[in-house]
Design a protein around this ligand. Sequence first.
Ligand code: ADP
Length: 467
Amino acid sequence: MSSGTPRLRNRLAFRLTLWYAGIFTLCSCIAFLLFYTLITSVIRDRTNQELAGQVRRYAAALASEGIEEVARTAVIETQAAGVRKVFFRLLYANGVAFSSSNMEYWQDISISAAAVQQLLGGAGPVFETVVIPSRRDEVRVLYAMLSPTIIVQVGEVMENYSRFLDAFKGIFVTTMALVIVLAAGVGWFMARRAVSGIEAVTRTATMISEGAIEKRVPVKERGDEVDQLAVTFNQMLDRVQTLLTELKEMTDNIAHDLKSPITRIRGAAEVTLTTGKSITEFESLAASTVEECDRLLEMINTMLLISKTEAGVDKLKFEEVDVARVVRDACELFQPSAEDKNIGLHCDTPERISFYGDVSILQRMLSNLLDNSIKYTQPGGEVKVVVAENEKHGVLISVSDTGIGVTAPELPRIFERFYRGDRSRSQTGTGLGLSLARAIARAHGGDITVTSAPGQGSTFTVSLPGH
Ligand code: ADP
């Protein structure tokens, strides 16, 4: 694994963690920002209300008791509240101050000409926030008309605001540090959980590539996507393993089936060479060699035909075929060999069944089935071929016999290439006939099924769905 392990920043778990922590941190920042905006606007509103309340009181005092009284009350009020916390100035309409609280501490706060202009222009009270660089707290200032000729400027230090800001900064930094650590921890844990299944698949695939084909990915039974991946991967491995086993068996069988005739040819040639004297002996050697070679060639040709048929429709010659006729012709062809073996061969077909297929390989399929039925049925037995057509299954061709039958354990294997039943070895054959028949049925979109009872007979049914 070590050479194949990706660098940390390329690892999925690491990237997922970064994403998770990043998104989590961003969401937390947005939440903090919203909270901050809300609180600051509440604090500012409260300060505005206090300043507006102050102005209302001055206006009432002006109406009832005159300007001197307003100035006197304002001075007392500012002293009571604290001369470093609040201030006021009374101005003429031209912006010149004629009375104020103790302004020693408020030298930096000037009179804003723009605000005065705005007020005189008819706008309502004007609020301003003044930041004085040398001081920690911001100052909220309100300009308002007390009468058509008198303007009041009141100000208040936003202490609460600064206190909140300081506390907020502290909380923000600590909370964000915790959030990042927590998000990274949780993200890493979740990402590890998510990718552990994928890592298991990779580990298994690595072991398999190193030769351990029997290894499988452990399935956690959670039923999630990673489990589905593991199950599909295992199914694929099962299939690959079966194919490999079949391939190995087939290679063994080919080697075996090639070895026997070649050994026989060699043996006969050796005997004739060492002991043969007459031309007749050499002639018989040549004849048996031709016979063995024919068998070998037939086997090789059948293998090639199976491959061609399995390669698909492109390699075949499809045309309109009368299946009923093809079956009748096949029965006629096999009638003599059935009679030779004293077997009754019956054929039951309708007048005509039209089908789209490759006539030469369909004939080959029927020959193989009929040949087997006659071969594996004892003298006195019966072979019956029935052809029918129905809406659901298309064309159905069944070849039944009363022969030796196939045992249950052999049944699933008889369609394998080179497989020959134990009790069939006395008969000639290559074990390729049924594989070819099945490949032909499948090339036409159909299949072959078999039912059989040992000692009673077998029925092979070919279904060829209509196009
Ligand atoms: P073979 O050359 O041995 O006949 P096949 O592929 O045609 O090869 O058939 C495979 C095996 O299936 C045979 O060896 C035999 O055991 C069994 N088999 C096929 N057809 C029949 C049948 N009609 N009755 C009984 N056994 C059969």
